[in-house]
Design a protein around this ligand. Sequence first.
Ligand code: TTP
Ligand code: MG
Length: 391
Amino acid sequence: MGYDQTMPSLCLDCCKPFKSGADCPRCGSARVVGHPELFDLTVAHMDCDAFYASVEKRDRPELADRPVIVGHPGGRGVVTTACYVARKFGPRSAMPMFKALELCPHAVVIPPDIAKYAQVSAQIRALLAKATPIFEPLSLDEAYLDLSPGVRLVDKPAAILLARLARAVETRVGITISVGLSANKFLAKLASDRNKPRGFTVIGRAEAAGQLAPLPVSTLFGVGRATASRLEAAGFSTIADLQDASEADLIARFGRFGRALHQMARGEDSRAITPDRPAKSVSRETTFARDVRDFAPLAQALDLLAAKVAARLLRDEVAGSTLVMKLKTADFKVLTRNHKLPAPTQRAEVIAAAARPLLARETDGRAFRLIGVGVTDLAPPSEADPPDLFG
Ligand code: TTP
Ligand code: MG
């Protein structure tokens, strides 16, 4: 974007605002962001660049310019993170390690150290907390921030706080992040992904609909692969196709989700930013009057417990990302089985459906005196049960 005489601008190195010009008038840096709405927008999303790999590079500076892949080496491993040097050769997250090493044979492979990444994540969250009490982590390496005037802890425009945050993460934690600044969660997350690594991207209210128009419908929050194919089959492949349809038409075709599609296609999103809750898991269990061996009565108990768990999740305004099923055998041996859900949930059917296959695997004639079900890895309800209609 070109900068005219009066473009609100911000230097990403010295974090000072100014009114015009390509380079920072204070420090001369060319790392400058300019946007008409720069100092009016207050919803942000931050995401660490090549998170695991960046932490490993920080700890082994001699690898700074080398391609680094984090993942378990050997036959069946997959890539968890490829650094940006390695990505130039093709390796990506979730790619089988053998394939990544075919593409980039000179990569340095480092096994993941999740405990270390969790520590770094906590350090970053402590920096987020200095800017605002209302931030919502989505995973170890990303979070939404509410930097509106009534909420932020420092009386400066959100853009300045965000530039300071990015700088603080670099200097104090030793890795880089990319940030997005916009009017709501959907646009802020879209923005943060746009100029990685070390990006600072603004999507203004005025340009949102125009920028969304050419993008595929799968860009929208809640449109997974299955929903995207159904939308495409109905003639909606780009967001522009949705923008051209009336709200009534979309509601007639897709029900309540049609309204969400209509709004998101225009860049509107009313989801609130919800800070983390302290509770760590929600579960319910029952001890049988008489030991039970058969799947059917166990599954029936499971359904009841799932309903109780769901009720509690709704009441506490949390959702669970990982399902936990527990059984106690007649001789008091406790088994727990976990299953990572595709998305956090608050719904009894989702909990019960995920628990049943785990139960089926254990009902092999043993007698059980107790069954329990619950969820852990709690997430904010705004991330729960994305409206993937046909998924
Ligand atoms: P991402 O933020 O998706 O990826 P990233 O931080 O590595 O790279 P980017 O610069 O594109 O944001 O995920 C954060 C971390 O989560 C990542 O470093 C490793 C882990 N992860 C996996 O273990 N498996 C996966 O498939 C993905 C996508 C991530
Ligand atoms: Mg990341």
